[in-house]
Design a protein around this ligand. Structure first.
Ligand code: BGC
Length: 258
């Protein structure tokens, strides 16, 4: 019998979070555990913390889904904006598999959050172009057309005012430039209008840590933008990572999962 409970892990720049996910309901079956991301976040150091987290969850299943903050193709990281550059070219799945003794399926962290929202949350049944943006240490993105993921969209790396967008507006930028929520909202609105200008999304879903603060800056967003917060807020990454692993192993599209 296929198991419908899988451990989802979300590797972030500041925390590595995990919980066992009930894929029937899309909810967490256990409490979320969060450990600090090691500094520097080298492959070996991150693998050690992931193994510690897996032990803490008491997970007995043999497969783990892992969201990772980089371009991820066939298990390999191709960028490292918010983790140690030693990750570039590293096989996330092999490394974490060796550290945990379980099969690991890796996916970009924002793509994971998008997968969860399209399946269980605000994107469910939505046709057309849907973009999910995660606001955290970086700006992550997931692009869907008629429910199908176009992986590794990396819209946080669009250029805005001559700089990489996530350097202009993200939680890191908010702290660095000591922005008020209103100031943050103003910048984020510019970013979303740029995104709207180049992709004309039908719906924009906001996830990541800062989506919890949406009420503090939502009044700065242009009315023409169709923006909503993720139904799963900051848990979407964990849930989507688990769902993606399940799909990779048992789903209809298992041969095309990146
Ligand atoms: C990375 C993305 C990631 C995002 C959110 C960006 O800096 O390039 O791959 O999805 O941060 O973690």
């Amino acid at each position: 019998m296929e198991t419908k409970k899988i451990l989802g892990i979300d590797v972030g720049a500041s925390g590595i979070k995990g919980a066992i996910v009930d894929l029937e309901t899309g909810g967490l079956a256990t409490e979320r555990i969060k450990l600090s991301t090691p500094k520097p976040a080298t492959p070996e150091a991150v693998a050690r913390v992931v193994a510690e987290l897996v032990n803490k969850t008491g997970y007995t299943g043999d497969m783990i889904g892992c969201g990772f903050p980089a371009i991820v193709k066939h298990g390999v990281a191709y960028s490292a904006a918010n983790v140690d550059p030693a990750w570039i070219g590293a096989n996330i799945e092999t490394l974490l598999s060796e550290a945990t003794g379980k099969k690991v399926v890796a996916v970009n962290d924002a793509d994971a959050a998008g997968i969860a929202e399209m399946h269980f949350g605000k994107g469910k049944g939505k046709k057309g172009t849907v973009v999910l943006i995660t606001i955290g240490s970086g700006l992550g993105s997931a692009l869907f057309l008629d429910g199908h993921l176009v992986p590794n969209s990396e819209f946080g790396h669009l250029y805005l005012h001559g700089m990489v967008a996530e350097h202009y507006v993200s939680n890191t930028a908010r702290k660095k430039y000591e922005m008020s929520w209103s100031g943050f909202g103003k910048r984020f609105n510019e970013y979303l209008l740029h995104l709207d200008r180049v992709f004309s999304p039908d719906l924009i879903i906001l996830g990541g840590g800062i989506s919890n603060e949406f009420d503090q800056f939502s009044n700065r967003l242009d009315n023409k933008l169709n923006v909503t917060t993720a139904a799963m807020f900051n848990h979407a990454g964990i849930i989507g990572a688990a769902l993606n692993a399940f799909e990779a192993a048992f789903g209809e599209n298992r041969d095309v999962v990146a």
